[in-house]
Design a protein. Sequence first.
Lengths: 252, 297
Amino acid sequence: MNDIKVKVKGLSLRYGTNLALKNISMDIPEKMVTAFIGPSGCGKSTFLRTLNRMNDLIDNVTIEGEVQIDNINIYDKNIDVVNLRKKVGMIFQKSNPFAKSVYDNIAFGPRINGVSKKSVLDDTVERSLKQAAIWDEVKDRLFHSALSLSGGQQQRICIARSLAVNPEILLMDEPASALDPISTAKIEELIHELKKEYTIIIVTHNMQQAARTSDLTALFYLGDLIEMNKTEIIFSNPSKKQTEDYISGRFG
Amino acid sequence: MNRNIKDTIVESITGMCVLMIIFIIVSILAITIIGGWPNLNWAFLSEFPREGMTKGGIFPAIVGTAIMTIIMAVAAVPFGVITAIYLAEYANEKSVIARTIRFAVKTLAVVPSIIFGLFGLGFFIGFVGKNLDSLLSGGELRWAQPNILWASLTMALLTLPVVIVSVEEAIRTIPRDMREASLALGATKWQTIRKVVLPGSVSGILTGTILAVSRGAGEVAPILFTGAVYFSSHLPHSLSDQFMSLGYHIYIMSTQSSNVDATQPIQFATTLVLLLLTFSLNAIAVILRYRIRKRAK
């Protein structure tokens, strides 16, 4: 097992008075893929969004407990959320490229961080697109609108866009749920490649996807973390009855 | 009474009301076009009035209206856009301040335009202008009198609600996942607004601007006391000059002229120019707004 990258200690989250996450603790190792599974509404996406403080944008959310990334609590008062989000990139369920060209989409992150030199931007765009395994498909239409690409390509553009700001962790919120099987396979292959350099945390409601892509799997149910272990153990020999019921399709 | 007869009566009444409205619109257009079209030519558009304003064109009124609406837009649009950004992006819906602003905007939209004229006279000329004069020129009269700047700013106040409402509507159609994409890349809120929200709202900002311009171009009351004149032998070449305007020109030609009958062709043609101007501006705004709504779905 690799070193711990993210350490969550006693994290609870409330929407108003509604307790959506109950005292979650877990360790997420670096440069591995950790999958969160569970039925809809179990809190897995909410939990993912606590890791880059995306829940800050929602009114009425209160959070207790700690999330440490590289041993620093990201809910500490002195934490700069902007820097945190550069370090912890996010891929959303619905691909959301900007209504700009492919190039401008990828260059968005570097540009807001003050990079304006064309050669640097060119290099970053090429490197990011190559890492996201979409360079060959778009290299001749870098200046076409990203919205003209297919859904699967758009999602890889979004991944490339995240990579362009050199994150260390990638959060993926059901990144393939809106894609066809072929595009899904490409995203999964990509996840496999990316884990050599990045810590990846993926939310999925597709259990085969969790089994195929992840090293570790955590099962959430009604705001509780039921069980977390190596993926092969979760899928072959889980210790909790609820986990067994869920992966065998008896509930959820 | 037989229910079917009642139905027929209701249908006839609603139908007649619709016909009435169509009749009114067609009449206005027909009268204006029949009366104005024969007199509408290049000379009319490009010449000054002559012979006690019974001959000649309306060039200074067109230029005056154009300059006034440009200054108005320059003042109203940035102010309106900033207010809309605050309302859509920063204000908490339930906060006292947001509700106060909304109430103020709605109130501003229903204030009769003549009140804006009086406000402009009292505030810009009587207060701002007067103090400017005593500051800049030791009390010599320059800014404390009606001029194109005060008229434009008064008009800007009148059109501000139009701008705020259109821009806020456009900002709110930018999907949340676009903002999240930007924030998740480490953009600050302001960077997100500037690079994602505002570029996506361009058509809304344009719609607001055009609606404001078309409203401002046709209004007379706000500029009555604040800068419009009966006649000017030259075009305004400074912000402290007075100016002629199309709407005001129609008013004076039909009520104040020394020979109302002789100026009738001029009245018709001026009305036609003003109608064409505001209609086409409104049409552009409608098309743009339609596009925004389509995107929102």
